[in-house]
Design a protein around this ligand. Structure first.
Ligand SMILES: C[S@@+](CC[C@H](N)C(=O)[O-])C[C@H]1O[C@@H](n2cnc3c(N)ncnc32)[C@H](O)[C@@H]1O
Length: 240
């Protein structure tokens, strides 16, 4: 499935990389500001799903500035977390944060493409992605790669925006996403494209049961999803 909201010549991966390189220094602030801090709670819920399994070795794909990896380090006390991303600037900021929090002995960062990693198969107890899969050039490729690197019995958890179906949340959500968010995003990040891309990419992306069908087709078992904040975001999960 091609979940692109782009139309110009360069591939989606290059454009996404460039976009995140350009907004990296504003990314954390805008995330928390535009969601009124809700993104922090969503990441906490996502990580909490893994508590029972107590994974020792975790891969955080599209780690960005490493917020999910950091939350996982504090909550799950794993031996090792590897955070990968294609954006050098996001990884630089992630590295600074990890150093400040003294988590350098647990979280390692690598510049890698989630759709084609260098890791051997059956390698991780858990794979996590927050607000990353929507940016993949090829969603199925990324999901199959998650499945490949997971150990048998390992768990994948994915946090992503979804589209609420009910009145009035649906209408309010569309108004905020299409009108308010691109405007605030542009003012603070100086990047017109990035915060227009966000609502467009969410619109073009499978949500709820449609997403689960794709996870199933990519080999995951015991799949399910938990809508958050009236379906504005969802946590998808599955096992190998
Ligand atoms: C919206 S940010 C999410 C960052 C972080 N996970 C969070 O929760 O804030 C999306 C990240 O995905 C990265 N990304 C997009 N496509 C990728 C790919 N194919 N492989 C690795 N990282 C990718 C981008 O560079 C960006 O840092």
């Amino acid at each position: 499935m091609n979940t692109t909201a782009y139309s110009s010549e360069a591939g989606k991966r290059e454009q996404v990389e460039r976009m995140f390189n350009s907004i990296a220094t504003k990314y954390d602030f805008l995330n928390h500001f535009l969601s009124a801090g809700t993104d922090i709670l969503w990441r906490k819920k996502t990580v909490a799903l893994l508590k029972k399994k107590a994974p020792k070795k975790i891969l955080d794909m599209a780690t960005g500035t490493a917020d999910l990896a950091i939350e996982a380090a504090y909550t799950l006390h794993p031996e090792d977390i590897t955070g990968i991303d294609i954006s050098e600037n996001m990884l630089l900021l992630a590295g600074e944060k990890i150093k400040k929090k003294n988590l350098g002995n647990i979280i390692r960062l690598k510049r890698e493409d989630s759709e084609k990693t260098s890791f051997p198969g059956n390698n991780f107890d858990a794979v996590t992605v927050s607000f990353g899969v929507r940016n993949f050039e090829n969603l199925e490729k990324g999901l199959r790669e998650m499945h490949r690197v997971l150990k048998p019995g390992g768990t994948a958890v994915i946090l992503e925006f979804s589209t609420p179906g009910k009145f009035p949340v649906k209408q309010l959500y569309h108004f905020y996403f299409r009108r308010i968010l691109p405007l605030i995003g542009k003012i603070f990040s100086g990047n017109t494209q990035a915060y227009h891309y966000l609502p467009e990419s969410v619109k073009a992306f499978p949500s709820g049961r449609d997403f689960i069908k794709i996870m199933d087709a990519c080999g995951f078992e015991k799949t399910g999803f938990i809508p958050l904040s009236f379906g504005i975001a969802s946590i998808y999960y599955g096992e190998k």
